[in-house]
Design a protein around this ligand. Structure first.
Ligand code: NAP
Length: 230
């Protein structure tokens, strides 16, 4: 609109995490004169509502992101993506340099093992799969793109939690599917672990508050966690 005042700042948040949503809320409240845009990859069908503007879908690599930064007049780029979303974070570094936009990296610190935790620490998802003992009952707390890797473990019962229903049936031989977001508290996660007679959790060390409840629940119940490091 020709009479609209130009925003003093245009901040692009690379999101898809609870922290990014909190940050958008904070910035919208703190900077009413600024334009706050959150970018989502578009993996979740019905993402939770976000404060400020939202754009969805890939940019088209480094060049595409650099072009977007220039065309939208972005004055600050914030990478608040998930720590295992490595490609977009690498692209952000390059694109910010090309477009000469300051980049603020807000990657979560990994969780640290605490007294009472029984962690089987591994480096890769393949090692995690191989570390599961025969006939275990596993809460597989991983993104849908990683589930297929566990298909060879037909001796294991998997419990898989997903936000959206999968488009195709899961490749796992013996499994239960739970649709929904992770529980917010250790008590909620403990109930799930008990209800499914879980003996092990498999997850990645993503850090942050929102996925930590299951780790606390495992500690309370004395369950081992196969933890994939960064
Ligand atoms: P990725 O492997 O690092 O990124 C793959 C491609 O997806 C990127 O090259 C980019 O496409 C597009 N993309 C990723 N994040 C984007 C964003 N925020 N906005 C626009 N495009 C994005 O990422 P991923 O591991 O698939 O994760 C995708 C999204 O889910 C991220 O936003 C992340 O924060 C969120 N997430 C990931 C995990 C996880 O475990 N990886 C967990 C929770 C949430 P172009 O090259 O075309 O730009």
């Amino acid at each position: 609109m020709p009479n609209d005042p130009q925003p003093t700042e245009t901040i692009l948040i690379l999101g898809g995490t609870r922290e990014a949503a909190d940050l958008a809320k904070e910035l919208v409240a703190a900077k009413p004169e600024a334009r706050i845009i959150t970018s989502l990859a578009g993996r979740t069908r019905e993402p939770a509502p976000l404060d400020g503007e939202v754009r969805t879908g890939g940019f088209g690599g480094i060049e595409g992101l650099a072009r977007y930064l220039r065309e939208a007049g972005v004055t600050r780029l914030i990478d608040a993506t998930h720590p295992f979303a490595r490609q977009i974070s690498a692209n952000a570094v390059e694109a910010a340099a090309i477009a000469d936009v300051p980049l603020d990296i807000r990657t979560r610190t990994p969780w640290a093992k605490q007294t009472g935790d029984t962690w089987i620490e591994v480096e890769t998802l393949e090692q995690a799969r191989d570390a599961i003992p025969p006939r275990a009952r596993v809460l597989l707390a991983l993104g849908s793109q990683h589930i297929g890797l566990f298909a060879t473990r037909d001796d294991v019962h998997f419990v898989v939690r997903m936000i959206d229903a999968p488009e195709r049936p899961l490749e796992l031989a013996d499994h239960a599917l739970i649709l929904g977001r992770p529980g917010d508290t250790a008590a909620v996660e403990t109930m799930l672990l008990i209800a499914h007679s879980i003996t092990h959790i498999v997850c990645r060390n993503s850090g942050g508050k929102s996925a930590y409840a299951k780790i606390e629940a495992a500690r309370d119940l004395g369950l081992p966690v196969v933890m994939v490091g960064r």
